[in-house]
Design a protein around this ligand. Structure first.
Ligand code: CO
Length: 134
């Protein structure tokens, strides 16, 4: 059911340092910093030939990644995002398999302007999974 890997998100304590690491050490193409106040993050997109890396840094109060960085002060992989054709169909099928959908279970408009859902890490090998309707 899941399709392409849309992105891997990495929470970082210092966005300038992380951006320089990807741009200078790894030689990747990186975007400018993009503030996404609705999502409580500032993001830098790292463009790879086959997918994207998103460097996430907390923005404002109650950022969803603040607690993660408290537990992982040097940063770490926060979630993976898989594409699906129909997010409602995907959600219902995963729920019928016993997977837990976070929040109220309804898709929200994600960072790319497309519907997204998050799935409980305990149901997916300890990894937070985002589904994005492609
Ligand atoms: Co994401």
């Amino acid at each position: 059911m899941i399709g392409r890997l849309n992105h891997v998100a990495i929470a970082v304590p210092d966005l300038e340092v992380a951006t320089a690491t990807y741009r200078d050490t790894l030689g990747a193409i990186v975007s400018a910093q993009i503030a996404e106040p609705d999502h409580g993050v500032t993001v830098v997109f790292v463009k790879l030939p086959n997918t994207k890396i998103e460097l996430l840094h907390p923005l404002g109060e109650n950022s969803p990644i603040a607690a993660f960085l408290d537990k992982n002060p040097s940063g770490g992989m926060h979630h993976v995002c898989y594409e699906v054709d129909d997010i409602i169909k995907a959600r219902d099928q995963m729920k019928s398999e016993g997977a837990r959908v976070l929040g109220d279970g309804e898709p929200k408009i994600g960072a790319h302007g497309k519907p997204v859902l998050f799935l409980h890490p305990k149901d997916f090998c300890g990894t937070l999974v985002e589904l994005e309707q492609a």
